[in-house]
Design a protein around this ligand. Structure first.
Ligand code: NAD
Length: 332
């Protein structure tokens, strides 16, 4: 397609069709934990919609998938309001686009910036609330502002401390995931029992965490890596990387494979390293995330309605070998 030769009417028609398709896929992915297409297929259509909306900004609607954080609240769960929203991440698919992101950011702030490089864990986001160091609530991201109360479920996850080493009142955010070995064992058991298998570890984790029976959650060996906080004020750390170390001291599981990059060439080395190591990792990753390292800079850069301006995800190209069975039946 040559966008320049498109009329507004043509673009509006294409955008409407894309929105309808994407919204249906989002419902299956976020609400039912049962996708019908590979992420790369979703990402391609999404990028096309972004392109059209950039070309014709009058076509942006508030309910466009480009303006919304995915997810709803499943019936049976209480709602939790996130006073500080849980956002998505902008994404890029090439090193050139990643460089552009950094150039823009550094032009905005007027100087070079250190980036904390992290693995993009393929699970689902969760938020943990501690009051005076005691775990009081766990919730899903939901639509970013309203998520599901999954306190009973997260209390069965071993990597989540019930009590911190310090009496802090904080909302810590991170990823809940199912290790590859637990995923394989779970699907083996389900197959033997004649039950439908899960398509991938991400959907198995999401389907498990959004279970009403917490005994099932307890059996399924979910784990977590924490990497974000609603408000960093109660911490000592003033950089993203020090925050991860402080999280570990407080008792949280963190992913140890993070690295501060002082230049984009160090970021690119990090990408190459983990693209190679990806098959050997004990959990799934679908890319890497780079984050401006100083926390006050993160705060001053802020966010759009959907994504922070201080971070971006670089998504790996899709796996070559077919790893998933997307035509299976879906239940939990
Ligand atoms: P995302 O998953 O691409 O990125 C944002 C999320 O990354 C965060 O919310 C967080 O949960 C996670 N994350 C993992 N490691 C992180 C780290 N170290 N630091 C910060 N965040 C980290 O965005 P999204 O909005 O949750 O989902 C959109 C993506 O979901 C799409 O790009 C697509 O790949 C997939 N999707 C697929 C379908 C489908 O039908 N297959 C449908 C909808 C969405």
């Amino acid at each position: 397609d040559e966008p320049n030769t498109m009329t507004v009417t043509q673009a509006a028609e294409e955008a409407a069709t894309l929105r309808q398709t994407l919204n249906e896929w989002r419902r299956q992915y976020y609400d039912e934990d049962a996708p019908n297409v590979e992420d790369s297929v979703y990402d391609q259509k999404y990028e096309r919609l972004v392109e059209l909306e950039q070309q014709f900004p009058q076509l942006v609607t508030p309910d466009s998938p480009t303006q919304l954080v995915g997810g709803t609240v499943k019936s049976g769960f209480d709602k939790v309001t996130h006073e500080i929203p849980m956002l998505s991440l902008g994404d890029v698919f090439s090193q050139a686009e990643l460089q552009e992101f950094a150039d823009r950011l550094e032009q905005n702030v007027g100087h070079a910036v250190d980036y904390n490089c992290e693995l993009k864990i393929d699970g689902l986001a969760l938020s943990l609330r501690y009051e005076d160091g005691v775990l009081v609530q766990g919730s899903t991201r939901g639509n970013g502002t309203v998520g599901e109360d999954i306190t009973a479920n997260i209390k069965t996850i071993k990597s989540i401390p019930q009590r911190l080493t310090k009496p802090l009142t904080i909302d810590v955010r991170g990823e809940c995931y199912m290790p590859k070995a637990a995923f394989a064992a779970l699907n083996e058991r389900r197959e033997a029992a004649g039950e439908p298998v899960f398509a991938n570890p991400r959907n198995a984790a999401a389907g498990t965490l959004r279970q009403l029976d917490s005994r099932v959650v307890a059996e399924r060996q979910l784990s977590t890596f924490m990497y974000n906080i609603a408000d960093y004020e109660p911490l000592k750390a003033r950089t993203q990387s020090d925050m991860l170390t402080e999280f570990a001291d407080l008792g949280f599981a963190i992913n140890p494979d993070f690295k501060v990059a002082h230049s984009m060439s160090e970021v690119f080395d990090y990408i190459d390293q983990y693209q190679n190591e990806r098959p050997e990792l004990a959990y799934g990753i679908d890319g890497i995330v780079i984050k401006a390292n100083p926390l006050p800079l993160q705060r001053s850069l802020g966010a759009t309605v959907k994504v922070p301006r201080w971070a971006i995800a670089y998504k790996f190209p899709p796996d070559e070998q077919p790893t998933t069975l997307l035509d299976v039946e879906w239940t939990v």
